[in-house]
Ligand binder design. Structure first.
Ligand SMILES: [Zn+2]
Length: 324
């Protein structure tokens, strides 16, 4: 057990993992919100938090109009990010532009676990993932989601709509992250054990993870409209507690892990996963028809996750009085 934890921390420490394309994913998710155009006055941050951050990268001022947190692989124009008017922003924009924010360093370089201090680094992985592999459960992506749901609720209850939506954007980040198969498991159980002894296996698992991070960007920016349609067309589904929303995303995605992982290995082979898969390489594989199964499974995860997140948003925004 200790050994597996050690391997997980090595995997997390070596690479900065991030399911990418949050800004486009969120932009499509919020298009059905009845109050998406409601204007929110920008306010100053005034919170006492139970979380530590990497202060060097934590941004507390408003950065609308600067595309500050956008995925570097995006097309540079989409989604829209206009400058504030009368010191106000619409709901859709706050959620869209701040949902990628947690990948920008605020969770990096922290001491979150005693094991981690042996190895160093990797705190972003701890907060953005939740591994369930064999007997081992590790990390706290689900807790990160619930933490920011709670912070958002506190902000709304104190009448601070701006920070209500900024904290909510962060909550969306973590639940979106958990729809990345590799944020739920690093590899098959045997591979993870083997990776303790074998550096090549560690590299393959890390680049397989990286590939899926970038594959969403590919689907959202460089492919056809299928991902967009899957997100826009998803109908909200509802659960009783906020925890159930995030648990159901994890359950669905973890179930898909073996088929997604096998497809990634089949398409690229071991040699193809010893370095980062570029967008151009993805284009080539796509044109060769290699993604037929991977795309279908990824779209199914996107569609289900979108339904869950839309249900969550509706229930939450009703609870805090933002929609009827
Ligand atoms: Zn993340």
């Amino acid at each position: 057990m200790k050994k597996i934890s050690f391997i997980l921390f090595i995997l997390v420490s070596l690479f900065l993992f991030a399911w990418s394309g949050h800004e486009a994913f969120t932009y499509y998710l919020v298009q059905n919100l009845p109050n998406k155009d409601s204007l929110v006055k920008i306010t100053e941050y005034s919170y006492k938090e139970d979380r530590v951050y990497n202060e060097e990268y934590l941004v507390l001022e408003d950065v609308a109009g600067q595309r500050k947190f956008f995925e570097p692989l995006c097309d540079g124009k989409f989604p829209p990010d206009p400058s504030p008017v009368d010191n106000s922003l619409p709901v859709w924009q706050i959620l869209t532009i701040y949902s990628p924010e947690p990948d920008n360093g605020m969770d990096e370089g922290l001491n979150l676990s005693p094991l981690q201090s042996l190895i160093g680094g990797g705190s972003q992985g701890v907060r953005h993932m939740k591994y369930k592999i064999g007997p081992l459960v590790a990390f706290e992506g689900d807790k990160s989601f619930l933490y920011f749901v709670d912070m958002s609720k506190k902000a709304f209850q104190s009448g601070d709509r701006y920070w209500g939506y900024r904290f909510l954007a962060r909550a969306l980040h973590y639940i979106e992250d958990l729809s990345q198969p590799y944020h739920n498991a690093p590899g098959l159980f045997g591979e993870v054990i083997w990776s303790a002894l074998n550096k090549k296996m560690r590299t393959i698992l890390a680049y397989a993870h990286y590939f899926m991070d970038d594959y969403l960007v590919y689907l959202l920016y460089y492919s056809d409209n299928a991902a967009k349609e899957a997100i826009l067309g998803a109908k909200p589904i509802f659960f009783d507690t906020y925890d159930e929303y995030v648990q159901n995303v994890m359950k669905y995605t973890l179930n898909k892990f073996p088929i997604v992982h096998n497809e990634v290995k089949r398409v690229f082979g071991e040699e193809g996963l010893l370095q980062r898969v570029t967008i151009d390489k993805m284009k080539t594989k796509d044109e060769e028809g290699e993604f037929y199964l991977l795309k279908a499974e990824t779209l199914s995860i996107l569609s289900y996750t979108s339904s869950v997140i839309k249900g969550f948003l509706e229930q939450f925004l009703k609870e805090v009085g933002e929609i009827n």
